[in-house]
Design a protein around this ligand. Structure first.
Ligand code: PLP
Length: 392
């Protein structure tokens, strides 16, 4: 070893290097044990190295790892059928990819094709515009970055693809003004802004946005990359809102750590794509799809939305009672605790030193997104560590 890093400097130097995980526990290179209340940023929803997922991956690796998309496979279509059932509503179709950003890229391309096709756009317009919210996060690829409502993340990478506009979260009037049906084809929203700080939009806002989209024949795309698959106490975050989206994107928890993303669309919207419009080498390949199939099977057997509701209520209640916590927000097991003036990065570092992994999601709030199978004793242990940190 030369001592220099062979990795690009796009991430801050890691405070800890992990080598093993099991359930809600992680171990670092020195053998120190941690309680993981971040779950790889809402990815390992069944905990680390879940035996059913590990067995499915090993079995699939021995059977068939990869086939290119010139041919069919059996696992991906099964996963697509399960996801379509869990999303509910009108029949839909799925495109598989490898990440959340790619799922959103698919949604944006699909919305552009749909908006420009079937005579929907006035002459000369393609209705390629996308409206999203300030504070949102939709990924790091160029179009997903353009949709991300954080101008400081845009600046170093200008010019970004054009056609993206942003409105304040929860502002009905601003949405009404931004959704100009002569140029806008889609509204892209997170049910809860995850990276932006676990911000829950006001009650009834999604219904208003749905109404605006319906009136103008504009697609409502929900980015469920962080909120999807049980995390908020429903299979998908939009199911708390009494609305039906036209397009849903997901990734993170879908493979419980195996990279897989998906973009679901109502079948008539999906039909805007024809062969050759979109693709990816690895998306939907058998190995990742086998992980997703096993993950979804365990999720359904364990009724993870119910577990997230129950454990989330216990965790939120415990957090609210801690010294220095002024409020708790979020849903299910996607929570943020707002701190009373104490920098969240200091609390984060002190928690890590005591063996608890959380995340400083804003300068004043810590985020918790543990496994949806987290045990009560683990919730109590995490709360005790935070109590000790915040009492110092
Ligand atoms: N959308 C949301 C809501 C996210 O939280 C994230 C990642 O944090 C993404 C998209 C991007 O996902 P990925 O990092 O897998 O590209």
């Amino acid at each position: 070893m030369t001592g220099r890093s062979f990795l690009m400097p796009n991430y801050a130097p890691p405070p800890v290097t992990f080598v093993r995980g099991e359930g809600s526990r992680l171990w670092d290179v020195d053998g120190k044990e941690y309680l993981d209340f971040l779950g790889g940023l809402a990815v390992t929803s069944l905990g680390h190295s879940h035996p059913a997922v590990a067995a499915a991956v090993a079995e699939q690796a021995r059977t068939l790892l990869h086939v290119c998309n010139l041919f069919g496979t059996t696992v991906g279509p099964e996963v697509a059928e399960t996801l379509d059932r869990l999303i509910g509503g009108p029949a839909g179709q799925i495109f598989f990819c490898n990440s959340g950003a790619e799922a959103n890229e698919c949604a944006i391309k699909l919305a552009r094709k749909w908006g420009g096709g079937a005579g929907r756009g006035p002459k000369g317009h393609t209705r390629h515009g996308v409206v999203s919210t300030y504070g949102s996060f939709h990924g790091r690829t160029l179009a997903a970055l353009a949709a991300t409502g954080q101008p400081t993340k845009h600046e170093p990478f200008q010019p970004l693809p054009e056609g993206f506009r942003h409105v304040a979260l929860g502002d009905v009037e601003a949405m009404d003004a931004a959704v100009d049906p002569s140029v806008v084809g889609a509204v892209l929203l997170e049910p809860i802004q995850g990276e932006g700080g676990v911000n829950v939009p006001p009650k009834g806002w999604f219904a208003e946005v749905r109404r605006i989209c319906d009136e103008r024949d504009v697609l409502l795309v929900l980015d469920e990359v962080q909120t999807g698959l049980g995390r908020t106490g429903a299979w998908f975050g939009f199911q708390h809102e009494g609305i039906q989206p036209d397009v849903v994107t997901m990734a993170k928890a879908l493979g419980n750590g195996m990279p897989i993303g998906a973009c679901w669309a109502r079948a008539d919207v999906a039909s805007a794509f024809v062969p050759g419009d979109h693709g990816t080498t690895f998306g939907g390949q058998p190995l990742a799809a086998a992980a997703a199939r096993a993950t979804l099977a365990v999720m359904e057997a364990e009724d993870v939305p119910a577990r997230a509701r129950r454990a989330g209520a216990r965790l939120a209640e415990g957090l609210a009672e801690l010294p220095g916590v002024t409020s708790v927000r979020g849903r299910g097991l996607l929570l943020a605790a707002e701190l009373d003036g104490r920098p969240s990065k200091d609390v984060n570092a002190a928690a890590l030193a005591r063996g608890l992994v959380v995340n400083a999601v804003t300068p004043t709030a810590i985020r918790l997104a543990p496994s949806l199978l987290v045990a009560d004793a683990e919730l109590d242990q995490a709360l005790a560590i935070l109590d000790a940190v915040l009492s110092c």
